[in-house]
Ligand binder design. Structure first.
Ligand code: SF4
Length: 466
């Protein structure tokens, strides 16, 4: 029996998001007894064209993309979508970059469909329609190639409860930390999380978390970590934010997971915390329930003026309080800062450097970043970040003292490339910029649309006749 190949490109940088998506999709296909119609083939960007060429027929190319991956692999991505299209593939992209720049993903990267936001439900609906309808399977939450350029259908569905979504894809061996919270109410202006996943957080229940932690343990993964935009914001009972739900989660993990030899990590990557959530009561209660002795806290800047501008919703003093509390209960702390933020003045830089000095005196270690204008954030059109000259000497000395680390040099380069791609209309972001590309490239887009319709028909025929 012919099974339609689904070629999934899963690199290190995007493996978490693709495994959650595949976990959901494969569970659905199995439930509906249609899993046998597909054959999932995992690959990486450097082998994607080889894999597609070896298939040489109808297939679906499924990709999750970060903006940093796009600027590092542009040629390879465009080449892959082109080869896939010519060999009968429907090309589908999702994840942070297509969510922030769906028009550019279709018009400039060559994908037929860009899924916006969390795509579990929209992608499943799309696949389902391939099997059950005979014409174009339109779904909400997608920008697609169309005879007039693009068709955009926003208003994508969101899962109501994380218990509906497996945290990883066991079937394909893609195991990763357990997502316990999705969405963030804070909407910091440089960050995509609230804009991609919404401001209303959804949580995974304790019972469901334990089920998946036990699967990880059975598969030999002893270190149980969580994915959360704010590790200490866990209120699955829908009650007012309080520490009791986190403590309950960790107490159950202690009983059910640590007793079996597992180790539990919260408040450290990938579940870093906001400073105002670090409280005496919470840290006193959890110190014996977690195995990490280090907590990561987001400060971003030492300037209250800039914190307000960023919509951070806490003060510079909150960060110092959080460090004192964490140290009191025996935790080491890593504090994140971002230089080159839009609106950062010389005074802000001076305040940040003074703040960093105070953090170091309190025993904190500095994790230094540079601002990147990520599509899909309110700062999409801001200039790229750069470490200000006045901070460079300070940073070098702090590295020498062993109290500062980070990838800011690489991020400076990435930030300026993102701005370059944006300014040269490879990253489009909004429809008014997309229109210009559509009118300039109409014949090419028409040709691409014809390929898409042909390939779509062939995939539908294969799925409906097997
Ligand atoms: S930076 Fe953190 S707190 Fe702010 S919106 Fe992003 S995830 Fe939420």
């Amino acid at each position: 029996m012919f099974r339609v190949p689904v070629v999934v490109v899963a690199d290190e940088a995007n493996k978490y998001s693709i495994s959650v998506l595949l976990g959901y999709l494969i569970d659905y296909l199995k439930r509906e007894r249609i899993y046998d119609k597909f054959r999932f083939v995992l690959t990486k960007w450097d082998r994607a064209t080889q894999v597609i060429t070896s298939l040489g027929g109808p297939h679906i190319l499924l990709v999750s993309l970060l903006t940093t991956q796009v600027i590092q692999n542009l040629r390879r991505i465009v080449e892959t979508t082109e080869i896939s299209r010519r060999l009968g593939g429907i090309t589908v992209a999702g994840g942070p970059h297509p969510s922030g720049d769906p028009y550019g993903t279709v018009l400039k990267l060559g994908f037929d469909l860009a899924f916006i936001g969390e795509a579990e439900q929209s992608l499943t609906e799309f696949i389902d329609k391939l099997i059950s309808v005979s014409d174009h399977p339109s779904v909400n939450g997608v920008v697609a190639i169309d005879e007039v350029g693009v068709e955009a259908r926003f208003d994508h569905p969101r899962v109501k409860d994380l218990d509906q979504v497996p945290p990883f894809c066991e079937e394909l061996g893609l195991l990763n930390p357990i997502e316990i919270m999705r969405g963030c109410p804070h909407a910091c202006r440089y960050c995509q999380v609230s804009f991609m996943f919404g401001a209303v957080p959804r949580f995974r229940s304790i019972e469901n978390t334990v089920v998946y932690a036990k699967i990880l343990l059975r598969r030999g993964i002893r270190d149980i970590r969580f994915i959360s935009p704010n590790g200490f914001h866990y209120e699955y009972k829908r009650i007012k934010a309080s520490s009791s739900s986190i403590i309950e989660l960790l107490e159950v993990m202690n009983r059910e997971i640590r007793s079996l030899g597992g180790r539990v990590y919260l408040g450290t990557f990938p579940s870093e915390v906001r400073p105002e959530y670090v409280t005496d009561d919470l840290l006193k209660s959890i110190r014996s329930l977690v195995d990490n002795r280090r907590i990561n806290i987001g400060a971003q800047t030492g300037s209250d003026r800039l914190l307000k501008l960023l919509h951070r919703g806490h003060s510079a003093e909150d960060v110092l309080n959080a460090i004192s509390i964490a140290r009191k209960y025996g935790f080491e702390v890593d504090i994140d800062y971002i230089f080159g933020l839009p609106g950062e003045s010389d005074e802000d830089v001076t305040e940040t450097l003074n703040h960093i000095e105070r953090v170091i005196k309190l025993g904190g270690r500095i994790h230094c970043h540079v601002f990147m204008p990520i599509p899909g954030t309110p700062f999409s059109f801001a200039p790229p970040g750069k470490v200000p000259d006045s901070a460079r000497k300070f940073i070098s000395k702090a590295i020498g003292r062993g109290v500062l680390w980070g990838q800011w040099l690489k991020q400076e380069e990435l930030a300026s490339k993102i701005a370059l791609f944006r300014d040269s209309h490879i990253i489009l972001i909004n429809y008014s910029r997309a229109i210009k590309v559509i009118s300039e490239e109409r014949p090419l887009l028409r040709e691409r649309f014809n390929y898409f319709m042909r390939n779509l028909r062939n995939v539908i025929i294969k799925l409906q006749t097997t």
